[in-house]
Each structure stands twice: as structure tokens, then as C-alpha cells.
Design a protein around this ligand. Structure first.
Ligand code: ZN
Length: 261
């Protein structure tokens, strides 16, 4: 009920700046129908077993691949937080979250479900996109939730400072799972984070078509796989269709930042 009242405020457009910072491409019914057809024929998601070490190493590699283009894009946009702290959670569901001041939590489940490096990079870049576009600070509901989560994350960091600096910190699944579950962004902000992810991957020289496989996995796995991503992120054919429109626009503009909304 409380969330509903936040949404009502958001809907008024007066109190909450929960929209996207940039103009995003229009997605037609035809685009969505094509994505629906693709999702219907996709094979069901497969989870493979990975060790903690492999999961951490894969996430580390993905962060390295996108980091510099992401920092450059973030400074060029000049609206959000460009200093990010990544942590891995042992949670096995396919999810991730951006919270607090530049905090990003990546579940090991991302690595378990990803078919390639590009798909992992998509998730990393998507969460960076939320910070770069300042989604945490924008909007009444997001700001309140962000403040609450900020407190929880500070606690985790304080506990973890004993480990080697510079190494990825692995946190307890339960605590971070609860943290991610509390996140809430508007649909437009989710679309914008995907657009920023596509832009970051493009500038990093990564294959956008390979990365989109994860969106197919999520859409086809909806209701069939273990994921809290669906609670915090829109999945499904609309998202896939929006990714394709974003990829087309980004290729045509050779990686330009879109116009401000
Ligand atoms: Zn998101």
C-alpha cells in the first residue's frame, strides 16, 4: 500500500522527477510483436555451476571491459555518480542492484545464467547506467529508498574493510538480496539504464547482439527460473524490443549520447 502511494505521487509528475534524463527511441507494437515471436521460440534458460572464484573472476573481467568507456560516458553526461564500488553477492538468482552513492551489487547468479562475457557486461553496464543517469537521487520514492539502503550498505562496507583493498568483496547473500529487493526505479529509468548499457558496450567495442541474449533468457525464463530480477527490473519482450531500438540508434549515431529529455 505504501508503494502504491509513492507510485501515485510519481504519476502526478509534479513531485517526482522519476523519468529518464535522455530522450529514448520509440518502441512500436510491431517491434514488440517481433520480440514476442523470438522469445516464444527461445530455448529455456540453463543455469551452469560455477565456483565462487570463477564467478568473481568473470565479474572482475566484465567490470574491467566496461569501466573506462563507462567513466568517459558518465563524465560526458555530467548528471550522475561516476565513482562506483562493486561487490559480489553469493545469491544465485539472476539479479543485480545499484544503490546508495555509487554502490553496485552483482549476484553470482548472473555468471551462472550468462552465455558469454557480453551478457555479464550488459548487467554491469546497466547498473552503472542507473548511477550515471542519477536515478538514485531523482524522485521522491527513489530518494527515500536510496537513503534507507545507504544505511544498510555502509554497515556491510564497515564489516568488510578487513579484507584486501582492491579485491572484490563477497557479501552475505541474505543481506544484499534484501537490499536489492527494496530497489525501485521507474520503467523509464530502467529503459534508460538499458540504453546507457548498450552505449557503454558499443563504446567498449563489445557485440550488442551477443549481449542481448541475456534479455532473451530473462524474457523466456519468466516464471520458469529463479530470479528476483523480475521484482526489480522489467523483463519480457518489451525490454528486448527497446534494446534493439537502442542498439540501432547507437550504431547509426556511432555512439552519441542522446538528446536530453
Ligand atoms: Zn535497473
Amino acid at each position: 500500500m505504501q508503494r502504491r502511494s509513492f507510485m501515485a505521487l510519481a504519476g502526478s509528475g509534479l513531485v517526482c522527477g522519476c523519468g529518464a534524463v535522455h530522450q529514448l527511441p520509440v518502441v512500436s507494437d510491431g517491434n514488440i510483436a517481433m520480440a514476442q515471436a523470438e522469445v516464444r521460440t527461445a530455448s529455456p534458460p540453463q543455469r551452469r555451476w560455477v565456483s565462487d572464484d570463477e564467478a568473481a573472476q568473470t565479474l572482475r573481467t566484465a567490470i574491467q571491459l566496461v569501466r573506462m568507456p563507462a567513466i568517459n560516458l558518465c563524465h560526458q553526461m555530467n548528471v550522475g555518480v561516476c565513482d562506483w564500488k562493486f561487490r559480489m553477492s553469493r545469491a544465485r538468482d539472476l539479479n543485480a542492484g545499484a544503490m546508495g552513492y555509487g554502490q553496485i551489487v552483482l549476484n553470482r547468479g548472473i555468471v551462472e545464467y550468462a552465455n558469454n562475457e557480453e551478457e555479464v557486461c550488459l548487467v554491469v553496464a546497466h547498473e552503472i547506467g542507473h548511477h550515471a543517469a542519477n536515478h538514485i537521487a531523482r524522485g521522491t520514492a527513489s530518494r527515500m529508498i536510496g537513503a534507507l539502503i545507504g544505511v544498510a550498505v555502509v554497515g556491510v562496507v564497515a564489516v568488510a574493510t578487513g579484507s584486501d583493498p582492491g579485491r572484490d568483496i563477497v557479501d552475505s547473500a541474505a543481506q544484499l538480496g534484501a537490499t536489492i529487493g527494496g530497489l525501485s526505479y521507474s520503467k523509464e529509468q530502467e529503459r534508460e539504464a538499458d540504453y546507457m548499457a548498450a552505449l557503454i558496450l558499443y563504446r567498449a567495442g563489445l557485440d550488442l547482439d551477443k549481449a542481448r541474449g541475456l534479455l532473451v533468457t530473462m524474457a523466456s525464463g519468466s516464471g520458469r527460473m529463479e530470479t528476483t530480477f523480475l521484482d526489480t527490473h522489467p523483463a519480457g519482450p518489451e525490454r528486448l524490443a527497446a534494446w534493439d531500438r537502442a542498439a540501432a540508434e547507437i550504431r547509426a549515431s556511432n555512439g552519441r549520447v542522446p538528446q536530453r529529455a
